[in-house]
Structures are given as C-alpha cells and as structure tokens.
Design a protein. Structure first.
Lengths: 112, 115
C-alpha cells in the first residue's frame, strides 16, 4: 500500500540556523506534494507545494526539494525563527485520486 | 474571504452514541475532504466529496459516513462510537474542479472525545 514516512519525529535547531525536514514516499505514481505546518490547537496550514515535473521550488524562507529517483522530498527553512516551532507534515497525492497521504509529522523545536 | 469552518469545535460523547460533524468550505470551493488525526496514526484520509459525490474514501469502517450538500457544505457522521474514535477530525476544502493539483485549506478541526 501507499505510505509516507518522515525521518525524524523531532528536530531541534538553534534560532537562526537552517532546518531540514525530510519525507519519503513509497508510490512512484505520486505526482503532487505539499508541506504543511500545524501549530498546537490549529488545523494544518499550507506552506509550499511542488509537482512531479519540478525538483525544486522556493518560497519565502522555505525551499522544497523533490528527488523522484529515491522518492524523497525535503523542506528547508532558512534562518529558523521561534515562530517556526510546530509540527510539519508532508502530504503526497496522485492526480485523479483526490486523496492525500500524510506523513506522521516532525516536531520542530527552535532553541533560543 | 472566510476560511474553512467546522462545528462544533469540541464534542464529548459516550460509547454507542452517534455524532455528526459539520464543515463549511471556503466560498467557491467545491471539494471537501475529511481526515482523522490521532497521536498514534497521524492524519488519515476518510473521504472526499465534490459536487455532492464521493470521489474517494479511505480505509475506515462503514460506521464513518459523509455527505455533501448542494452549497458544498459537508457533514460526516460516525455511528456506534467506540473509544478509539476519539480524535481530531479535520475538514479541508479546495477548488477541486478538474484540476488535479489542488491546495487544500484546512479548518481548525473538531475535537471528539468518546467516553
């Protein structure tokens, strides 16, 4: 079956450093990928997405990298701030299925 | 533009009861998806509706059902509640119309506790 996994349940980084959160997926037919941020007591918030015809996409302080060969994607957060503390999920979809498979989440802790 | 709203925000029920949760998508969005979030299992897909039709469903028992109305609002129902149904139920809406790549916007969720 389909599965999406994250490499680390918790990641602690120093304020100002860069953060890298990883995600692996199993289905090679997956063609749309999203990163979400979830703060305590709130629903997931969209951060950035990428389609399978790309291998890199940049947003404000965030970059998503997609390696389809090894079925891996990562979220890079530059100059991590205390407000970045949250749980980060990757979500993977296959076009036409109208369904997203979520990873288990990585809790990012920003140390002052 | 108002975001996705879910009601109620918190709910306490006892085993054997049934519950109905409501979701109002972002205005103009026609696709609504439901997810169950628990600490052990993470976010798990329940079902997705578009124009009142269920287009896909996850691996949940038949006790979990949903529907969508002509105004795109959606409800999900869980019958014969079990302790394991305690979770945060999240609703997400997206444009959905023909475009396979759709950013989903999530609501704040309904926290269901089954005693």
């Amino acid at each position: 079956g389909e599965s999406v996994g994250l490499h680390l349940p918790t990641l602690s980084v120093q304020e100002g450093d860069n953060s890298i959160i990883n995600c692996a997926y199993s289905n090679s037919a997956s063609d749309y990928f999203i990163w979400y941020k979830q703060e305590s007591g709130k629903g997931p918030q969209f951060i950035i997405d990428i389609r399978s015809n790309m291998d890199k996409r940049q947003g404000q302080r965030v970059t998503v990298l997609l390696n389809k060969t090894v079925k891996h994607l990562s979220l890079q957060i530059a100059a991590t701030q205390p407000g970045d503390s949250a749980v980060y999920f990757c979500a993977v979809s296959i076009s036409g299925t109208y369904k997203y498979i979520f990873g288990t989440g990585t809790r990012l802790k920003v140390l002052a | 533009k108002a975001g996705v709203t879910q009601t109620p925000r918190y709910l306490i029920k006892t085993r054997g009861q049934q519950v109905t949760l409501s979701c109002s998508p972002i205005s103009g969005h026609r696709s609504v998806s439901w997810y169950q979030q628990t600490p052990g299992q993470g976010l798990q897909f329940l079902f997705e509706y578009f124009s009142e039709t269920q287009r896909n469903k996850g691996n949940f028992p038949g006790r979990f059902s949903g529907r969508q109305f002509s105004n795109s609002r959606s409800e999900m129902n869980v019958s014969t509640l079990e302790l394991g149904d305690s979770a945060l139920y999240l609703c997400a809406s997206s444009g959905g119309a023909g475009n396979y790549y759709n950013e989903q916007f999530f609501g704040p969720g309904t926290r269901l506790t089954v005693l």
